[in-house]
Design a binder for this molecule. Sequence first.
Ligand code: DCP
Length: 516
Amino acid sequence: MDVPEDQRARRLFGGGAMAPGNLAASPFRVDRDRIVSSPHFARLGGVTQVISPGGSGLLVHNRLTHSLKVAQVARAITERLTADPRYRDLLGKLGGCDADVVEAAALAHDLGHPPFGHLGERILDTVARQRFSLPDGFEGNAQSYRIVTSTEIRGETIGLDLTAAVRAAMLKYPWTRHTYPQPHVRFLDPPPRGASPPPGDPTRGSAKFGAYVTELNDLRQAREPFRGRLADWQQTVEASVMDTADDIAYAIHDVEDFHRVGVLQQGSVATELMAWQRDADELRALPDATVDATARRPGRSVEQLRRTLRRKDSWIACDDAFRAAVEHVRLELVDGLLAAPFDGSIEAEQGVARFSARWTRRLIDAIEVRPDPPVRSGHVLLGQAQWHEVQVLKFVHHRFVLARPDLALHQRGQARSIELLVEALHDWLVDPEETARLPRRIHDLVELSEAEMAGLVDDPATLGLITRPTRAELTAMARGRAIIDFVASLTDGQAVALLDALSGRSRQLWTDSFVL
Ligand SMILES: Nc1ccn([C@H]2C[C@H](O)[C@@H](COP(=O)(O)OP(=O)(O)OP(=O)(O)O)O2)c(=O)n1
């Protein structure tokens, strides 16, 4: 039985009605148009995917070009699945799969990524929890959801007033950090992907989550059309398509990007993969502690990956498939993409384009829909061989790009900049002499957070608190959330320029690098 279209198309404020500014006929296409015309979307062009867009020219992806690729892949997956007669009834039963919904969700999925990408996310989370006593901290997915439902402005309502289906499709992790749903997902055995607390800190709630408690009612309303069809913690099919498309897109383009900038070298990748292939049987016999203690020796990191996959994803991990995936990636990378250094020639560009097209096609064609997937997977997933290949591609990127000390050095500086910026903005916000000159947007964000939190004071448990907050505590938390919202909405370049200005290092006034 299909879900009635009008339930999926229900907007938070406007029912199913079409507004005068809507140009498209489909309500989901309207959502897509609202997202792409948002300044938060344009901002993604200045936000780090892996390294800052400014320093890399046109060579590497930023969060905008990444989001466009995710949308392209997500749409292609949807078109294949909906054209496949094997899945027609199943997709309807699970709540539907619409190409405009997945495209809109894919375009919106990274709106909340702060300056400096995942690194900024980690720093803002620590600052939010420790400095501002906000139990929800900061999370990029929850911030994306907050932008479309609260902080982005459109017409008379707050947020973009998107349809339920699109908001639900944005929820890769349809739970809050600590309390929703009950019992909380982190206590399930096994917990869904992302639901466990970060290693070493069981008090921190889920490592990943889709919404802050201030957006909980909105999350509930978005999931309403799927009630009874999906477990509370399970992604909608459309969210699952978007999540899979995200994985496919960055697994491929991260490798491409670092080949282009000359960081991913054929020799080092070949040594690691081939040492594992040569010594696989011997390595398998070693205790974990020995492998970990000698992780820098060739082949050991691949062995660590094999063990991690078996431990965390035993529902799909398989030694034969792993061995085949290492061989396939070796062939494609060592004998293919990385065989000649990238020199900007037409031939080199064609090599990258061929690699990208072949892999995208191979992975999209391997997508399946399962009626009853394992807890760590969504309903939409890659076949076993291709799932292992994606893990190996991501491994190459982690081992030979993300683990580089020069990148770490750079990121330590960026982390410090974010901490200093938050502190400097907060000092400004609480300076009584400066109230009249504080940027209007910060005042507005404080008022918004204060109103949202005031609505929850009688329910301290939902706020993640033990007792009802005092007025002063509430104001302090609202100010903290406002600063976090403000910083998260900057590009990398704006964050740097703003910190320079607040530290007295900038000699420029009335430039266009940020609008206050
Ligand atoms: N420590 C890390 C981890 C990831 N990345 C990069 C690699 C990918 O390009 C991208 C992956 O992160 P996403 O936010 O796109 O997706 P995930 O699925 O990993 O996370 P989430 O589910 O929170 O979106 O970020 C990075 O630079 N540094």
